[in-house]
Design a protein around this ligand. Structure first.
Ligand code: BG6
Length: 519
């Protein structure tokens, strides 16, 4: 069932969206957040629900249920959520009378994740919401807890009769936060538990990068234009660089991060998802599985790392003290909950090759790191040099054309090409042509979680990662992960906070006669 929009409370009235059916309203449903008193809930998930309400994407009949260990009640939960919206919502503090109406849809169930009684209370609450709020038996469970309890929650949902097979009246879906496993074996073990209760079509594995507006635009750029696709292959592309650079350190997540590292935290999921979108073949349709099939094929075509070349095809780093934006920051080993002799990488770079007709021999260089000089996520397609040079003085360098898809903080597309410098002589210089989302469409992109929760409520799995892709991405990184776990890097810490990363990453590209783009 699809309900109609409530006019008037939308936060954005964008003229460029006029006439477009953008308000895809979800079915009536309950959304249950496990880990409801956690940081992600306060910063991202509750503000996302609030903004979905403001944008008229929530249906008229909805319930939002928080489930967590804390001994809160509905009123305390509502107060906490009010505070988190006031502090973190992109639309500013929650205003009346909308807040009071929204708060009526919020409730809280206190329980541990292995507490059968707690899950029974949850079930009662959901049944009550179905009656009182008209939520129609539809349920979306969001697992925003430490990954160690994912399997427990799934099991308890089943025991409490909250699995999909027990709700013939409505649908049941589950969103699972990353990381999905900590290595190939644990991912498979988790999948085995999840699949006892949920079929693949019920499972929404979240990778918030896929919800970022410019990431979704990768497909539009490629497949809604005729000019790029003919060049999008080994004939014209020299190499591709995918960067996810951060200025933040591990903040208060040292306990998690020190057992994860950049390869698991960023490369295996976010960055490899970007690679798949950039390298995939045109899907046969825009259906979720048509797109996910093509992404999966890219992962299948990745050349496995050769164990003997791991030190040539990958580089790792760990930050030392330094300064970011003029402020001194501590080294990784001084961060809270990090081992003082930690061997965990806070920077990872890999070179990947895709063994198929389109990409044979085109290197894809992927890197991600914390405490780098700037926050930048981008995909840069560097084209081959021109075959024959006609113009330009000896001193003029003709740069290779580069197409950059900017994901954050800038959002847009930039094409670098060569042009004549005005004047009597044929001097050539590189210039760029830029498209920026903000100025192009006059809107600020909605945060990824808004888009993704809305999609899961509507049953659109396009931007969620299918199990086969998760498994394959783990298979790809395992040889490197094992090597890095087995052998300490004696050079750690090997890059200063606020720098471009470790020299070993530069050497990796220099061996191929290339350089990283400046962060
Ligand atoms: C998360 C990682 O998945 O992504 C974090 O666990 C990282 O370590 C974050 O900081 C980066 O996300 P964004 O959207 O800030 O690039």
């Amino acid at each position: 069932m699809t309900t109609t929009a409530r006019p008037g409370d939308g936060v954005t009235a964008n003229p460029l969206r006029k006439g477009l059916a953008t308000n895809r309203i979800a079915d009536p449903c309950n959304v249950v957040f496990f880990g409801a008193t956690g940081d992600l809930m306060a910063r991202m998930l509750m503000p996302a629900m609030w903004n979905l309400r403001l944008e008229d994407i929530l249906p008229a009949s909805y319930g939002i249920v928080g489930y967590s260990r804390s001994d809160d009640d509905d009123d305390k939960f509502r107060d906490e959520m009010h505070k988190s919206i006031d502090e973190f919502s992109r639309s500013g503090p929650a205003k009346e009378p909308l807040w009071s109406d929204f708060a009526k849809h919020l409730s809280y169930v206190s329980g541990t994740f292995d507490d059968t009684n707690g899950f029974h209370k949850l079930r009662q609450r959901l049944e009550r919401n179905d009656k009182e709020l008209g939520t129609g038996g539809n349920r979306l469970f969001y697992l925003s807890t430490p990954p160690s309890v994912f399997a427990q929650i799934v099991e308890q949902l089943d025991k409490a009769g909250l699995g999909p097979k027990d709700s013939p009246a409505g649908w049941t879906r589950i969103i699972i936060e990353k990381p999905f496993g900590t290595d190939l074996d644990s991912a498979r073990a988790l999948q085995a538990e999840v699949s006892k209760v949920f079929e693949e079509k019920h499972v929404y594995r979240i990778d918030h990068y896929l919800g970022k507006e410019p990431v979704q635009d990768i497909m539009a750029l490629r497949f809604a234009n005729v000019i790029f696709e003919p060049l999008w292959n080994r004939r014209y592309v020299d190499s591709v660089q995918i960067t996810a650079a951060e200025t933040v350190g591990v903040e208060l997540r040292g306990g998690y991060y020190d057992n994860a590292g950049a390869l698991r935290d960023m490369i295996q999921n976010h960055v490899m998802n970007l690679l798949a979108l950039v390298a995939m073949e045109p899907p046969v349709s825009a259906a979720a599985d048509a797109i996910r099939d093509e992404k999966y094929k890219v992962l299948c075509a990745l050349r496995p790392f050769e164990r003997g070349r791991l030190s040539l095809d990958a580089a790792r780093g760990q930050y030392d003290a330094g300064s970011i934006g003029g402020k001194p920051v501590p080294g990784y080993r001084e961060e809270p909950d990090v081992r003082p002799d930690s061997n965990t990488e806070t920077y990872a770079a890999v070179k990947l090759l895709i063994d198929n007709w389109r990409w044979a021999d085109v290197p894809f260089y992927l890197r991600s790191g914390k405490r780098l000089t700037h926050k930048t996520s981008e995909i840069a397609i560097r084209f081959k040099p021109i075959p024959h040079r006609l113009f330009g003085d000896v001193g003029d360098t003709l740069e290779n054309n580069t197409l950059v898809m900017k994901i954050q903080p800038e959002e847009g597309v930039s094409l670098r090409f060569n042009a004549k410098v005005p004047g009597p002589k044929m001097h050539i210089r590189s210039v760029s042509m830029d498209f920026n989302y903000g100025t192009g469409f006059g809107v600020v992109s909605a945060p990824a979680y808004e888009r993704l929760i809305g999609d899961a409520m509507r049953g659109d799995a396009t931007l969620f990662t299918r199990w086969d892709a998760v498994e394959h991405a783990w298979e790809q990184v395992m040889p490197l992960l094992e090597r890095w776990l087995d052998t300490a890097d004696e050079s750690f810490p090997n890059y200063h906070a606020g720098s471009q990363g470790p020299p070993s990453a530069d050497r990796m590209l220099a061996m191929d006669g290339r350089e990283w783009r400046k962060i």
